[in-house]
Write a protein that binds this ligand. Structure first.
Ligand SMILES: [Zn+2]
Length: 458
């Protein structure tokens, strides 16, 4: 296996001591961080097959996107000519559910390929994706895993089970996740990792939640579910069960340290306490929340309770730095408190906390000896102010964007070097996605909003 020396640069380790190391170097071998030290010592002691010059650059762990939908790539810029939705439920009915119905296996693959590529090029090395498509269920995770491995980043991938149409549809979704989990337990060659996913509590019955919980425990795989994103989820649970969303999820036995609740925008204090007590984790998606006009998640209150919160894009903007900046700004403006959240906490959400969410913090999320070597080298074209130990965190939140990532290393392999992708043919991947999107947009022009299947029977 290739050994790599990342030479010079300011290393933002994201380790437990929050170390920031100016003019340090890193030796990588066997896919792991083998040595971190002063540049002159590392250069003297380590010989490597490849040397990456990181002088004048920022070196940090690859970003972790805690919640995404790779197929969202195919909707970018689409004008679907639909009656304007007036709330989140109508956005689902008029946009996302018709999209789901029309997705094919080839769409899943093409979107995963360009989604992973965009992550690689903007510094995200691990993500958690849930795919939704009632007409492309059995085997779809193999197609998505294929794209993950071609691009060479890490992805937890799941089929998003829902009973929007029928109980059988929900069961098929869960079984696809179980099939993939079982396959991954036997094969240890893929960078794709299994995950169980339920769409949201308002589209699944208690039976499906229980069967998902059982299988996830059996395979020791985490579970994710959209939770009180819009008000519709909360209203559904209050009307049908007399419980708020987290009360129902607790009472049905879903919650635990291996559960990642996406969004949690409408949670009240009691529900936040339920999450904290269960050891559950939260994926925060500020840009998607703004786009869908669902409100602002109570991030500051989550963090105060010690809940692990990661940062997701929900299939919207794939540049992790843009998502960090949005989180940083949003919670200041909403709280009217300039100290509401600090830049370092946001960086943690995009790295080590993201790893914690999915039980991967022993391996990923920081630059520490023995951890898997996922890192990025960032060099902005121009910085109007000095880059040093004191300014680097400020620059990461206020100046850097994904296009400033020069080099991306995943598991000790160079996936992008000096902006050149080393793993897949970018042009071919983009062409495939363009064709997939054109076909999907064409099909979507002829469909009607999904209004009849919002609430599953009990
Ligand atoms: Zn989502």
């Amino acid at each position: 296996m290739t050994s790599i020396l990342v030479k010079g640069g300011i290393i933002v380790t994201m380790d437990p001591n929050h170390r920031i190391l100016p003019d340090h170097s890193i030796a990588i071998g066997d896919g792991k961080f083998q040595a971190i030290g002063q540049t002159n010592e590392i250069v003297r002691d380590w010989k490597a097959d490849e040397v990456i010059d990181a002088s004048g650059s920022i070196v940090m762990p690859g970003l972790i996107c805690s919640h995404t939908h790779l197929y969202g790539m195919l909707l970018r810029g689409a004008n679907l000519n639909i009656p304007p939705p007036s709330d989140f439920t109508q956005i689902l009915q008029r946009v996302w559910w018709p999209v789901d119905e029309n997705l094919t296996f080839d769409d899943a693959y093409a979107s995963a390929l360009v989604g992973c590529l965009e992550f690689l090029k903007t510094g995200t090395t691990t993500f958690a994706d849930t795919y939704s498509g009632p007409n492309s269920i059995e085997g779809v995770l193999d197609r998505i895993a294929g794209a993950v491995d071609e691009v060479g980043i890490r992805g937890l991938i799941a089929f998003e089970a829902t009973e929007r149409h029928s109980k059988e549809e929900g069961e098929r979704g869960v079984q696809e996740n179980a099939r993939f989990a079982s396959k991954m337990k036997q094969e240890h060659v893929s960078k794709a990792m299994p995950l169980f996913s339920l769409h949201a509590s308002f589209t699944v019955t208690d039976d499906l939640i229980r069967s998902t919980r059982e299988l996830a425990t059996k395979y020791a795989v985490p579970i994710t579910i959209h939770t009180s994103e819009g008000l519709g989820d909360l209203q559904h649970n209050i009307e049908r069960y007399g419980k708020r969303t987290l009360e129902r999820l607790r009472d049905v036995g879903l919650l635990g340290p291996d559960v990642v609740l996406a969004h949690c925008v409408q949670l009240n204090d009691d529900e936040l306490d339920i999450v904290a007590r269960s050891g559950g984790k939260i994926a925060h998606n500020p840009m998607s929340n703004m786009l869908n006009a669902v409100g602002t998640a109570p991030l500051v209150h989550m963090l105060r309770r010690g809940i692990s919160v990661g940062l997701g894009n929900d299939g919207y903007i794939f540049d992790g730095f843009e998502n960090m900046r949005a989180a940083y700004l949003l919670h200041r403006v909403v709280s009217r408190d300039p100290n509401a959240i600090d830049a370092y906490t946001i960086l943690e959400m995009a790295t080590i906390r993201g790893a914690e969410l999915y039980g991967l913090a022993e391996q990923l999320g920081s630059i520490e000896l023995g951890k898997r070597a996922d890192l990025i080298v960032i060099k902005p074209d121009v910085l109007p102010t000095p880059l040093n130990q004191d300014s680097v965190i400020g620059h990461l939140i206020n100046s850097v964007c994904g296009r400033d990532v020069r080099t991306t290393i995943v598991d000790g392999k160079i996936g992008m070097r000096d902006r050149k992708v080393m793993t897949v043919n970018e042009e071919k991947a983009q062409r495939e996605a363009q064709n997939a999107a054109a076909g999907l947009w064409q099909r979507l022009r002829t469909v009607k909003p999904q209004v009849e299947h919002i609430r599953p029977s009990r």
